[in-house]
Design a protein around this ligand. Structure first.
Ligand code: KIV
Ligand code: ZN
Length: 389
């Protein structure tokens, strides 16, 4: 794989499902997995096989049906979890086990009640156990965002020596700030002697609304896998959103100089599918997939876009799977957008004076209504034309 390729690791079916109220059936998960495969996502984290018999069956079913993406199961750094994940992944073409243990002082002291040395030993044991089942081992330092750098260096070096191929740096509680998180990634890559033997990955939560910014900052400093979810679904405030990560990488290729394999035209259909299955609606102003993401209402913007779309658009709506950008007619719209919509509807005025009358009526109506639909325009035009007879 080229060193400019960023691996897109989707965890909608695992971390996304940890969103309260977002649980999905096995059939629903398989439908989403098929959509992710069609989108050419590199790795699909299909679930946490040990979590429940239902999760085990979902991982197994996805492993049996999806052949073009790597299928992954999460496993704590415990033998029973790892063996269960391996069992669920048996039907997979390409299988990955993602094992993790917490590395922050607060987690080690209060949650694990283990010393740092015990945590390193358990991590090494877990990675070796995974290696007995599969080659593709991912190791995560849970709560890395609040872990000490020296300790991260020690445990990661040991995990790579034990056979980990991907090292994931999660900002589990969404505490990181972009310049600091990217510095952490740089330090790890520079200080760990065997860092070149693994792909460094990031997994950012959105508690401060910085999950995407932190992930992109990490990519700029050498991370080559990003873990993310469709619509930013996930535990608490969610995970980094796949659509934002992928489109930031594509749109700012000039600065980041990296690519993904993702077929971006599948983004909107997949977002809709996840929203309809989970019942989590997408806010209208959500980047990329929100209903207003490519809609223009202000007259100045509409006029600019009609003259040259790049005046107010940095991406093409069609590239992410929308039919086209949308001119929303409302009280901020100008005469050019009004005329352009009428032409699309097959309505033409004989004179500019007639157009001016209709435009005046449109502005009066727009003061009373949030959005003017095509039916409103048709009624308004026929009213104008009849009143002139
Ligand atoms: O947020 C997190 O730390 C996780 C790990 C299990 C990777 O989801
Ligand atoms: Zn997470």
């Amino acid at each position: 794989m080229s060193e400019n390729q960023v691996i897109i690791f989707d965890t909608t079916l695992r971390d996304g499902e940890q969103s309260p109220g977002a649980s999905m059936t096995r059939e629903e998960k398989l439908r989403i997995a098929r959509a992710l495969e069609k989108m050419r996502v590199d790795v699909i984290e299909a679930g946490f096989a040990m979590a429940s018999p239902g999760d085990f069956e979902s991982v197994k079913s996805i492993a049996g049906h999806i052949k073009d993406s790597v299928i992954c199961s999460l496993a704590r750094a415990l033998d029973a979890d790892i063996d269960r994940a391996a069992e669920a992944l048996k039907p997979a073409n390409s299988a990955r086990i993602h094992t993790f243990i917490a590395t922050s002082p607060i987690h080690m002291q209060y949650k694990l009640r283990m010393t740092p040395e015990q945590v390193i030993d358990q991590a090494v044991h877990a990675v070796k156990r995974v290696r007995n089942h599969v080659e593709d081992v991912e190791f995560s330092c849970e709560d890395a965002g609040r872990s000490e750098l020296d300790f991260l260096c020690r445990i990661i070096e040991a995990a790579i020596n034990a056979g980990a191929k991907t090292i994931n740096i999660p900002d589990t509680v969404g505490y990181a700030i972009p310049h600091q998180f990217s510095e952490t990634i740089s330090q790890l890559l520079n200080r760990i002697p065997n860092a070149d033997k693994a792909v460094f990955s990031v997994h950012c939560h959105n508690d401060l609304g910085l999950a995407v910014a932190n992930s992109i900052a990490a990519v700029a400093n050498g991370a080559r896998q990003v873990e993310c979810t469709i619509n930013g679904l996930g535990e608490r405030a969610g995970n980094a959103s796949l659509e934002e990560i992928v489109m930031a990488i594509k749109t700012r290729h000039d600065l980041l100089n990296v690519d993904t394999k993702v077929d971006t035209t599948q983004i909107v259909p997949t977002s809709r599918l996840v929203s309809s299955i989970t019942g989590f609606s997408v806010q209208p102003n959500k980047a990329i997939v929100g209903a207003n993401a490519f809609a223009h209402e202000a007259g100045i913007h509409q006029d600019g876009v009609l003259k040259h779309r790049e005046t107010y658009e940095i991406m093409r709506a069609e590239d992410v799977g929308w039919n086209a950008n949308k001119m929303v007619l409302g009280k901020h719209s100008g005469r050019n957008a009004f005329r352009a919509r009428l032409v699309e509807l097959g309505i033409e005025f004989e004179s500019d004076a007639e157009l001016a009358v209709a435009f005046g009526k449109f502005k009066e109506l727009a003061d009373k209504k949030h959005e003017i639909y095509d039916e409103d325009l048709q009624a308004l035009v026929s009213d104008t034309q009849h009143s002139e007879l």
